[in-house]
Structures are given as C-alpha cells and as structure tokens.
Design a protein around this ligand. Structure first.
Ligand SMILES: [Zn+2]
Length: 307
C-alpha cells in the first residue's frame, strides 16, 4: 500500500519541550457527552450540508468561549462518484501558551458518513449515518479538552484539529477517505507539531481499545506512552494488545511528517450502520480516553524522548 511505503522514511524526532509537568484539571465525560448529543441533533454532518455548517458554528462558538484561536481551511474536492465539486472545511483551534513554539496535535473528524454500508433495512442504504460514535465522539472529546484548557492552561501549545470528509470513500476505495486530513497535511505541518494523536470511535459504551497496527509499526513509542498512561490511571478499557489495521487520519499526518498515533475502538458492532446512535455511547467511555489524553498533554515528562 502506498501509504505504508511513504511513512517508512520518516525519522522519529521529538523535539525537547520547555514546559514542565502540571497536575491536569478534570476531564468531564458528562460534559463531553452533551457535545456528542448536540452534534447528532444537527443531523448527519455530511460535507456541504447545513448540518455540517451548524456543527462548525457550534465548534467555533465553543472554542472561542474557551479562549482558543480559530483558523479554518476551506477547499473543494471532486466527488469521484458524482463528479461534482464538494466543499470541505477543516477547523483548527489553537491554544497558544508560547507563541512560535511547536504544539501537540489532537485531531478528530467531524463529518459523518454519507451512506449506510451495513443497513438493518436495505431501504436505508442510501441514507447518511447519524455517526454518534463515528465522528461525534472524537469531536466531543476535543471540545471538552478546550474546556479543560480554560480551567487550567496546559504547559504546551495544543492544536485541536477538526477534519472534514474523513469518511467519504466507498468501501474498497481507500483513495477517497481522509480527504480533509490529506489537505491539512499538504498545508505544511511538519514543523508545527511535536507529535499527534487522532481519536475516532471512542464513545462505545462497551469500550475496548487496542494498539492500532500502523501506529505500533511506525511509532511504538507513542503507543507505549498512551497505554502506560492508561495503566497508570487504572483505565482498564485500554487493552495492551495489538489489534486492527485502520485507515484513518493518523496516516495523513504521519505521511506529512508528524508522528501520529490512532486511538480507536474498532470493535463497535454498529460501525457504518443506521444504529450508530447516542444510546450506544457513554460518558464514561469518553472520559476514559479524555483522561488519558489530558494526562499526556499536561505531563511532557511522559512524551517519548528525542532520538
Ligand atoms: Zn467511519
């Protein structure tokens, strides 16, 4: 696979960080869960739709309230299935502690899938999915992180990146997934970040998160950091076993020069079905992942050392 080859050449370089450890504030899973429900209430967040726009406005409003700087990247792409130009907008919220210093990249996709691959009724196949877990859960986590920063500033710059059009491709057509994150990667991000973490499908009420194969192959030190932190916090839904090879936005960032891990719970029975609904998700699951990421952001001593 093309993506695999291009990652291999990237050196794993982590810059030293000036900020020291800070005891992190509480990550509130209940507050994150409200963000999840509010996104689903807008309707499927398919690129170019009103629901997508409403979700962006919701993200902007919350990030602004929490004191982040907001940037966006708007482009259009040619939909290979209809040959029409389709707009996408990536949203970047920057919490700046020290101007000009690199940041940590935390990313999630805010689009939801325009079709239902595994419908419970064939008549539903052309419907876009609600995407409570596939899309809304990761965004919910990022929005609550912004609230965490408002409680107590982190020791380092953090970019919360909400990418569009992750889930566009049809099954078996990997070239038309990750459209938004590839665009962001092409904007020259290599020197902006120490490392990245992508979260996706992290809201399943029955949570089990394994080390993802691509991340383990190219950046095992990032996985070590994540699973050791979860163990330290006694979060047992992070299972320290390698499972699932997943095409996701971490590959776009990694091929652009930012070592990036994927945190995903890929054992979700409602994946790409019409049953990916709010009642399949839980605040406790969001809080588990949120606590791990908060701990990592606030404690630079946990980061892999420079090689
Ligand atoms: Zn998906």
């Amino acid at each position: 696979m093309l993506i695999q080859k291009s990652i291999i050449g990237i050196a794993l370089l982590f810059l030293s960080c000036s900020g020291g450890d800070i005891t992190p504030p509480q990550f509130d899973g209940e507050a994150a869960f409200i963000h999840l429900g509010n996104q689903v209430a807008f309707g499927p967040r398919v690129p170019g739709t009103q629901a997508s726009k409403d979700t962006r406005e919701y993200i902007y409003t919350h990030l602004e309230r929490c004191g982040l700087n907001i940037d966006s990247q708007a482009v259009s792409f040619l939909d290979p299935y209809t040959q029409t130009d389709t707009p996408l907008v990536n949203v970047i919220g920057s919490y700046v502690v020290t101007e000009g210093e690199p940041a940590i990249l935390i990313a999630a996709h805010y689009d939801s899938r325009p079709r239902t691959d595994y419908p419970t009724d064939l008549a539903l196949a052309d419907n876009p999915i609600a995407g409570a877990n596939d899309g809304a859960s990761g965004v919910a986590l990022l929005l609550e992180l912004a609230s965490v920063f408002l409680k107590k500033p982190p020791p380092v710059n953090v970019d919360l990146v909400f990418v569009d059009a992750e889930d566009w491709g049809k099954s078996g057509d990997p070239d038309h997934y990750l459209i938004g994150s590839r665009e962001y990667g092409r904007s020259g991000i290599r020197d902006k970040y120490f490392f990245g973490i992508v979260v996706d499908l992290i809201g399943d009420a029955d949570q089990q998160i394994f080390r993802e194969v691509f991340t383990q192959k190219y950046y095992p030190a990032l996985n070590d950091m994540i699973w050791q932190t979860a163990a330290k916090l006694d979060i047992t839904t992070f299972v320290d076993t390698i499972r699932h090879t997943v095409l996701d936005d971490h590959l776009s960032f990694s091929t652009s020069g930012v070592p990036t891990a994927l945190i995903i719970d890929f054992d979700y029975p409602y994946w790409h079905t019409d049953l990916d609904l709010v009642d399949k998700c839980s605040s406790a699951s969001l809080e588990n992942v949120g606590r791990v990421i908060t701990e990592i952001i606030y404690r630079p001593s946990l980061w892999p050392k420079m090689k």
